[in-house]
Design a protein around this ligand. Structure first.
Ligand SMILES: CC(C)(COP(=O)(O)OP(=O)(O)OC[C@H]1O[C@@H](n2cnc3c(N)ncnc32)[C@H](O)[C@@H]1OP(=O)(O)O)[C@@H](O)C(=O)NCCC(=O)NCCS
Length: 102
C-alpha cells in the first residue's frame, strides 16, 4: 500500500473511517505472484448510511504494486470483491472518488 499510494494515504478521509477496524467478514483480498509475494490488495468495510440507515460496504484501499501495473490485477481484484460481496448478500458498495475512474 505504501509503494502504490505513498505515505499520505493514511490521511485520506476514507482511511479515517477504517482506522482501528477490521474489513467486512470474507471481503479482504490479496493477489499473489507465483512465489507468494503480494502483488495487490482490495478490501471492503461495513458501513451504515446515515444514523440507523441501510447497511452498505465501503471500498478501499485498492492497490497494485507499481511494478505490476496494467496487467489486469486491479480489475481482477475489483471483480472478485464485487462478486463475493454480492454472493454474501450485500446490496451496495460505496467509494470516495471519481466514478469514471473506478
Ligand atoms: C489503480 C490501480 C489499482 C490499477 O491497478 P492495475 O492492476 O494497474 O489495473 P488493471 O491493469 O486491471 O487496469 C484496469 C483499468 O484501469 C486503467 N487504469 C489503471 N491505472 C489508471 C490511472 N491511474 N488512471 C486511469 N485509468 C487507469 C487501465 O488502463 C485499465 O483500463 P482498461 O481495462 O480500459 O484497459 C493501480 O494502478 C494502483 O494501485 N494505483 C495506485 C493506488 C490507487 O490509485 N488506487 C485506487 C484508489 S483507492
Amino acid at each position: 500500500l505504501d509503494r502504490a499510494m505513498g505515505p499520505k494515504r493514511r490521511k485520506k478521509s476514507s482511511e479515517k473511517l477504517r482506522r482501528g477496524r477490521r474489513p467486512s467478514e470474507g471481503l479482504a483480498f490479496v493477489a499473489r505472484d507465483a512465489s507468494g509475494t503480494v502483488a495487490g490488495t482490495v478490501r471492503l468495510w461495513d458501513v451504515v448510511l446515515g444514523e440507523g440507515g441501510k447497511a452498505a460496504l465501503l471500498l478501499g484501499p485498492l492497490a497494485v504494486d507499481p511494478a505490476l501495473k496494467n496487467a489486469g490485477i486491479g480489475s481482477a481484484l475489483m471483480r472478485q470483491a464485487v462478486t463475493e460481496a454480492e454472493r454474501l448478500g450485500h446490496a451496495a458498495i460505496l467509494l470516495v472518488g471519481d466514478a469514471p475512474y473506478y
